[in-house]
Design a protein around this ligand. Structure first.
Ligand code: SF4
Ligand code: SF4
Ligand code: FES
Length: 249
């Protein structure tokens, strides 16, 4: 009996200026196979379905358990994590492409540093100097922890930005992930010391007003962050901040 196989069509590009080409691979099916494990198999034996030797595919990956956020790519047209994309749940041939909204490095690897620049812009951190003992921090009550925990699950995968119609070069929109982290850190009793600065950072060019509220982001998020709630809550806070700043002169 013939062995069951899985067909992959993978978009290859040797560098940002090289032409894109598609290569087809046919791998033996294995139970529990996912897109990352298939890519590892191709690396071990980089030969296309028609027997032509090729190079291993370049892609990002680390944790293999949907925690590090590095392996986002387009799989059958959908932005998602390769390590949790089980082959058995995908239509064949499985088409794999890099994310389209970020500068391409090679093959499936893109440069997503814009998200980290955006997090710097909104001071997406809690400002504590850890070089000496500050004593116990303020209490965080269980209700606050429960409200904030879903926001802390962001893995910086950028799927929400990939699918967002407003995330493009003409708007410079920061995207949903950054807005959600503003809510998380503004809600924190220590983090809120920078609340006003964060809200001001979201009030200008590329800020929260660019969001068209199409809600593609919340559908695409692999960690199910409550992004639309975060966008409306932070949007309201930004308006209040702008009004306060106006009245202060
Ligand atoms: S609601 Fe729509 S426009 Fe706003 S961040 Fe999400 S996908 Fe983008
Ligand atoms: S909000 Fe969701 S989709 Fe966006 S970067 Fe975080 S985990 Fe990824
Ligand atoms: S390898 Fe870390 S999320 Fe996929």
């Amino acid at each position: 009996m013939d062995k069951k196989t899985v067909i992959f069509e993978i978009r290859r590009q040797a560098n940002p200026d090289a032409p894109a080409v598609w290569e087809t691979f046919e791998l033996e099916w294995r139970p529990g196979m996912n897109v990352t494990s298939a890519m590892m198999e191709i690396a071990a034996n980089p030969v296309t379905a028609d027997g032509k030797p090729t190079t291993p595919i370049t892609y990002d990956s680390n944790c293999l358990e949907e925690i590090c956020g590095s392996c986002a790519m387009r799989i059958n047209g959908k932005a998602r994590m390769a390590c949790s994309a089980l082959v058995d749940n995908l239509d064949q041939p499985i088409r794999i492409e890099p994310l389209s909204k970020f500068p391409l490095v090679r093959d499936l690897q893109v440069d997503r540093s814009v998200l980290f620049e955006n997090l710097k812009r909104v001071k997406g951190w809690i400002p504590v100097d850890g070089t000496y003992d500050l004593g116990p921090g303020p209490r965080v009550y269980p209700e606050q922890q429960e409200a904030n925990y879903p926001l802390s699950n962001c893995i910086s995968c950028t799927c929400c930005m990939e699918v967002c119609p407003q995330f493009n070069e003409s708007t410079n929109f920061v995207g949903a992930a950054t807005i959600a982290q503003v809510k998380l850190f503004n809600n924190h009793p220590t983090g809120k010391v920078l609340k006003e600065e964060r809200l001001r950072a979201l009030s200008g060019d590329g800020g929260i007003q660019e969001c068209g509220f199409a809600q593609n982001c919340v559908e695409a998020c692999p960690k199910k962050l409550p992004l639309t709630n975060a966008i409306s809550d932070v949007g309201r806070d930004v308006i209040v901040q702008v009004a306060k700043d106006f009245l202060r002169g």
